[in-house]
Design a binder for this molecule. Structure first.
Ligand code: B12
Length: 162
């Protein structure tokens, strides 16, 4: 079968969890992707080399150890410094508190991630993203706005409390 799109799959340098990557590889393959899974504790340099060599349609980053938010910023900045632009989806458990999810999602979207998939509906939303990307291209995807509750915003201190 011809692959419908090429995908590089990685995690961040700190993260040694494996089964999230196996799960995502299988899910992506089920959608027709040819997947290059770079494995756990992926060095930024390996991601850069894979993108330069493969020119994938999509980079998927998965992290679950709670340090993914930091690693995600390091990774995208490093790719930019090397002049590498690729649609990039990230998800998993990126901090140690679910209550950080909205804030983290907004920060990573602002940084340039194509979309950020967190929480219980992450896989359902990701399936929709894959279907869209295969039909129209991943760079055409527009992520839903990240909604932040007022008490989680950076201006929370200046908020009037009644
Ligand atoms: C197995 C395991 C380990 C093993 C990993 C072995 C291996 N080779 O994989 C070992 C023992 C090494 C380990 C170590 C640690 N672990 Co651990 N580990 C787990 C455990 C029990 C299962 C993970 C797993 O395999 N799940 C199966 C996969 C298929 O599911 P998943 O990872 O949840 O991924 C799903 C979703 O998150 C989502 N998803 C993930 N990525 C992405 C990406 C995209 C794009 C999308 C759409 C969706 C998505 O889709 C997946 C399928 O639904 C979980 C607890 C749990 N029950 O989940 C803790 C857990 C992930 N570990 C945790 C922690 C804290 C650690 C350590 C920091 C512990 C320590 N103090 O040393 C270290 C970190 C090591 C490191 N450097 O990364 C925490 C993370 C907490 C957080 N993020 O808030 C968890 C959640 C346990 C807990 N409840 O506290 N761990």
């Amino acid at each position: 079968m011809n692959a419908t799109f090429r995908c590089v799959l990685s995690t961040v340098e700190s993260d040694s969890h494996l089964w999230n990557l196996v799960y995502l590889q299988k899910l992506l393959e089920e959608h027709g992707a040819e997947v290059r899974n770079l494995g756990t504790c992926t060095p930024v340099q390996s991601v850069a080399e894979a993108i330069r060599a493969d020119r994938p349609d999509l980079l998927v980053v998965s992290s679950v150890n709670g340090h993914g938010f930091h690693g995600a910023q390091v990774l995208l900045s490093a790719l930019r410094e090397r002049g590498l632009e690729v649609p990039c989806a990230i998800g998993g458990k990126l901090t140690t508190a679910v209550s950080d999810d909205d804030r983290v999602r907004r920060a990573l979207l602002e940084l340039g991630y194509t979309d950020v998939f967190l929480g219980d509906d992450a896989i359902d939303r990701f399936r929709g993203f894959l279907r869209f990307g295969m039909a129209q291209g991943f760079s055409a995807w527009r992520a839903d706005r990240a909604v932040i509750t007022p008490w989680d915003s950076e201006n929370a201190e200046s908020r009037e409390v009644f």
